[in-house]
Design a protein around this ligand. Structure first.
Ligand SMILES: Nc1ncnc2c1ncn2[C@@H]1O[C@H](COP(=O)(O)OP(=O)(O)OP(=O)(O)O)[C@@H](O)[C@H]1O
Length: 681
């Protein structure tokens, strides 16, 4: 051990000591708070009879305050305990111009020596911590609340501290990030998504710390860290704007419950509370007030995979186009200009003249059309009241209330939605599914019409919206999101990983809906070995992808005489996996039917079947579909039934690409008959 390392180890012990003391102090505070709380409750209980309402309110407030202080102390203690395990991961010695050297240790949370009023550990989100991510040795600057601060970085170190013990320390080198990154990526993954604070890369840091973009669109290749970055960005914004945004003010829209569960660890690991999340279908059901049953996205994709009917594809294709949104908007104009015929109105002996009626409709022209009638009716009632100089009877009120909506051709948004297809000259493109539900492609278009015609304010409280898997949402869906969520947004995805190529959106499409968006493109891929990335590139090429230099076995493509033989061989692969040291294995099929078939054959091997109904991510060996595996990753992936018979269409190709890009270290495809042509191309 050299002198520097010895010094650092001693310093680590010192910090741990200080953390232990701080924890003890908190324990004391918590004990005191709980004693006081008990005493206060006792006092109130005894004095209750003599207290008036104001006393009771004051007592309740003081109890709440005490409880809050107690809870805050407990939360702080939890953070300090975690810091005790791994207090910091980086250090820079920064010398601001004309000032003394400033050693800055950076950790997952901040730690202040309260007695000396000195920061011992800086939160990774603090302004000064950006130096660690953005610069090597030499000149550097960061932005403080008082303006930019220039200086020089004289030293940069990285540490891996686990269970309070220093595992390694890396000094100054130009590639210090790469060394640690390589070690991190070579590890096996056994669990849910993890935080990456110690190895955030410069381009990723720029996205995380962007404070200005009203809409941030991250288009990144498979494994480029999009989801990780987006979650770190939320943690950053919660820190930076802690006075105005709380965890409960953020909303994550995820593709499914398993994914939501898979990512649910990251923010708590970063010390933030749980963030509310919804899956797209839940949002849709909520916006439809649970009144219109509809097909799910999974069901739509399953139909495309199992029975790809041309008319069904045509409906999806049309409703996923930007033109469709334009036509809906044109139709709304047409409705305004043609379906509302304002007339004069006779109420008893009073005539409400046409100019009055027109003027009132004009006054409310910004109000959604179907909401205007009630407002105009109020005005008309006032007019008649003034004219007759008496109160109106209920009958007269009702006459007015009913007569005005009658000036409009339709009453239900569903009638208008059907009419849209007649107007567009495409009546065949609207169909309910075999269970009389809306097809998935219609859900957001119908919601869009509802919002435009009836208004909506259900999600005004959301201050930041995160949308993952953006490629799977259509322009109409984005138009709905834009209207429902007026807040800032982070939208991320990869157009190569669409599960439905007929309805895929690229960053460019999203830019058309959000012209104010800042688009960032990420090409470095961190997840897979170069061999796996090269293999996946043969399925869906992307010349821009930059795989991180990390090697592993070549992906294997194994041929068998029959499906039985194939499944028998997979049992052998599972046994190999169990003795390999790898911790997670994903067996990823094209369809649920295939996954169920494989599950039946492999059940004895302790495999968990993940389906659309699953709500939790499972560790170990999982069998699932490519659609559900999207966003997840495994040390090892097996793709069964990778035959030409099974993988034929564009949708199939997307599925194969998604399945292969889930593998971090090892990938095996098995098939019987002919191998899928996408694999050979
Ligand atoms: N800077 C980094 N340091 C360490 N690991 C990283 C970094 N960036 C990404 N990773 C790792 O790369 C893997 C892929 O990250 P993530 O799932 O966020 O990517 P993604 O772009 O959302 O992937 P996909 O679109 O393929 O689902 C994860 O294991 C993540 O921890």
């Amino acid at each position: 051990m050299n002198a520097t390392e010895k010094e650092e180890r001693e310093y680590l012990e010192e910090i741990k000591e200080k953390l232990t003391l701080a924890i003890r102090r908190i324990d004391g505070d918590v004990r005191q708070a709980s004693d006081e709380l008990r005493e206060k409750k006792q006092y109130i209980h005894e004095q209750q009879s003599g207290m008036d309402e104001a006393d009771m309110v004051a007592a309740e407030q003081s109890i709440n305050r005490m409880a809050f202080t107690g809870e805050a102390a407990v939360a702080r203690k939890r953070k300090l305990l975690k810091l005790g395990q791994s207090p910091y991961f980086g250090r820079i010695d920064f010398v601001p111009q004309g000032k003394e050297k400033w050693p800055v240790y950076i950790g997952i949370y901040s730690f202040l020596d309260e007695r000396q009023r000195q920061s011992l550990i800086y939160d990774w989100r603090a302004p000064i911590s950006s130096l660690f991510y953005d610069y090597e040795l030499g000149e550097a600057s960061f932005v403080t609340p008082a303006g930019p601060m220039q200086g020089t970085i004289e030293l940069k170190r990285q540490y891996k501290i686990r269970d309070g013990r220093m595992e390694f320390m890396i000094e100054n080198g130009v590639n210090i990030h790469d060394d640690v990154l390589q070690r991190e990526l070579a590890k096996s993954s056994d669990d849910k998504m993890k935080n990456i604070v110690a190895t955030i890369q410069r381009d990723q840091n720029a996205v995380i710390r962007n404070e200005t973009a009203p809409v941030m669109v991250i288009q990144g290749v498979a494994g480029s860290g999009k989801t990780s970055i987006a979650l770190h960005r939320i943690a950053f914004l919660l820190y930076r704007f802690r006075e105005t945004i709380r965890a409960k003010d953020v909303l994550i829209i995820s593709p499914n419950k398993v994914f939501a569960d898979y990512i649910s660890n990251v923010l708590p690991e970063l010390g933030e509370e749980h963030i509310p999340e919804l899956i797209m279908e839940e949002l849709a059901a909520d916006l439809l007030e649970h009144q219109h049953p509809f097909q799910t996205f999974f069901e739509q994709v399953s139909m495309l995979l199992e029975k790809p009917h041309p008319a069904f594809i045509e409906r999806i294709r049309y409703k996923s186009s930007f033109d469709f949104l334009t036509q809906l908007n044109q139709y709304l104009l047409y409705v305004e200009n043609n379906y509302l015929v304002v007339k004069e109105l006779r109420v008893g002996s009073t005539l409400v003249p046409l100019p009055f009626m027109l003027a009132k409709f004009k006054t409310f022209h910004r109000v959604p059309l179907l909401k205007r009638f009630a407002l105009v009716a109020e005005e008309v009632r006032a007019f008649v009241r003034d004219a007759t100089k008496r109160k109106l009877s209920n009958h007269e009120k009702n006459v007015i209330g009913e007569a005005i909506p009658r000036m409009f051709k339709f009453h239900q948004v569903m009638e208008l939605y059907r009419d849209f297809y007649r107007w567009a000259g495409k009546p065949d493109l609207f169909r309910l599914d075999h269970r009389q539900r809306l097809e998935y492609a219609d859900v957001f278009a119908f919601i869009y019409l509802r919002i435009r015609l009836e208004g909506m304010s259900a999600y005004d409280h959301v201050k930041h919206l995160l949308v993952d898997e953006m490629q799977d949402y259509t322009p109409v869906q984005y138009a709905v999101l834009a209207r429902v969520f007026a807040c800032r947004k982070t939208i991320l995805g990869d157009v190569s990983q669409t599960v439905n190529p007929y309805s895929a959106s690229s960053a460019e499409t999203i830019e058309r809906v959000f012209p104010q968006a800042e688009v960032v493109r990420l090409y470095r891929s961190y997840r897979s070995t170069m061999e796996i990335t090269a293999f996946a590139q043969r399925i869906t090429p992307n010349p821009n992808i930059i795989p991180l230099e990390r090697h592993g076995p070549e992906p294997a493509v194994l041929h068998f005489g029959s499906e039985q033989e194939e499944l028998q061989a997979i049992k052998g692969l599972i046994a190999d996996f169990k003795s390999s040291g790898n911790q997670s294995l994903g067996i990823i099929c094209k369809t649920l039917r295939q996954a169920e078939q494989a599950h039946r054959a492999l059940q004895a091997e302790g495999i968990f079947l993940l389906t659309e109904e699953s709500t939790h991510f499972k560790e170990g060996i999982i069998i699932t579909t490519a659609h559900l595996a999207k966003g997840l990753e495994f040390d090892e992936v097996i793709v069964p039934f990778a035959s030409a018979r099974s993988y034929q269409t564009e949708v199939d190709k997307s599925m194969l690409y998604v399945a292969c890009t889930r593998a971090m270290h090892q990938l095996t495809l098995t098939y019987s008959g002919e191998v899928a042509t996408f694999v050979n191309s």
